[in-house]
Design a protein around this ligand. Sequence first.
Ligand code: GLA
Length: 379
Amino acid sequence: MSVNLFEQHFDVSPEGTASAPGRVNLIGEFTDYNDGWVLPCALQFRCHVAWRRREDNTITAVSREYPDEIDSFQACDEYKPSTRPWANYIRAIVAALRSEGYVTQGIDLALWSDVPQGRGLSSSAALEVALLGALNSAFNWNIDGAEIAKLGQLSENAFIGCQCGIMDQLISTKAQPGAALLLDCQSLEAISVTIPKQWSIVILDSNYPRKLVDSEYNARRADCEAACAAMTIPSLRAADTQRLAACRDTLTATQYRRAAHVLEENKRVKATAAALQQADLAAVAEQLANGHHSLANHYEVTVPATDALVAIAKAELGNRVAARQTGGGFGGAVVCLCHRDDVPQLLNAVERDYTQRTGLKATTFVCEAGTGLEVNNNG
Ligand code: GLA
């Protein structure tokens, strides 16, 4: 498919293709930029890039999703945002590479993606990692997986303007099929945690219109940094419950709630990984329920639509389902884990109750954990 798209536009076959997945985070929300732990897995939805190097310095990109748009710029140009958001990610990646000493030459790029956009499933990280994989291979840079993830994060932090952590890019690079990864966002160490074969990952997309996501996201991060400054620690990794309690008077009530979420969420990540290893669904369900409650009340990033989806899932299946809002917050999707035999009942309940409660219609996906970055170079 990418090959056809590439050939249609550039009249020649590509030299190679790369692809990287979107992700769903099982638990560990807003812990990555606090040097904590996360437990995401990749989706089977992927972003693909086909490429061919050029003799000149021009970078030209087309996208199946935006058929009437072409972006073109010079590899040596200073970063200048494009009015097209998809193209802006490409410019930001080229700029991030350059700032780390990797100078791109001219290249033609064709992109396509089946990762749902704007749903908290990391369509942008999938694009960044696929593109980095493509450029890394095309120009023989030998950048390793952790560095690819860091470059993707840098493109967002320094050029797109989102102060995200490293989770999305790291899982998109390193994911293993059938497993979640327990990621230490400080050391970048990854431990594979198999998802029991008889369980399904069900994603319930609220279709709630997400607003002010980047500004609210950055504001939460600023709250955590202010809490660290008040506690004179480099990151919340250096805090524990006692220290937080001892510093309570130096923090605002909001900073305290944010920090408390992060400390407890780190514990939940480890408890969930252990429960997954035991295939103990009720224990996973308890951790995710507490996680959602904390996102709603301490981090204040849920919306009535995602709260309703979690409530519907729990009312239907009780502790036979683990459910919570996933991703960057303020809407997006709810992730559920349940036995595969319970999936029809869960989907029926959502169909029956969600529109009635919210006036919205959910989009649902039943998934298995997918594979990380893949690159194919025929050049
Ligand atoms: C977004 C960011 C991640 C992470 C999550 C919340 O997906 O890109 O770095 O902070 O939100 O856990």
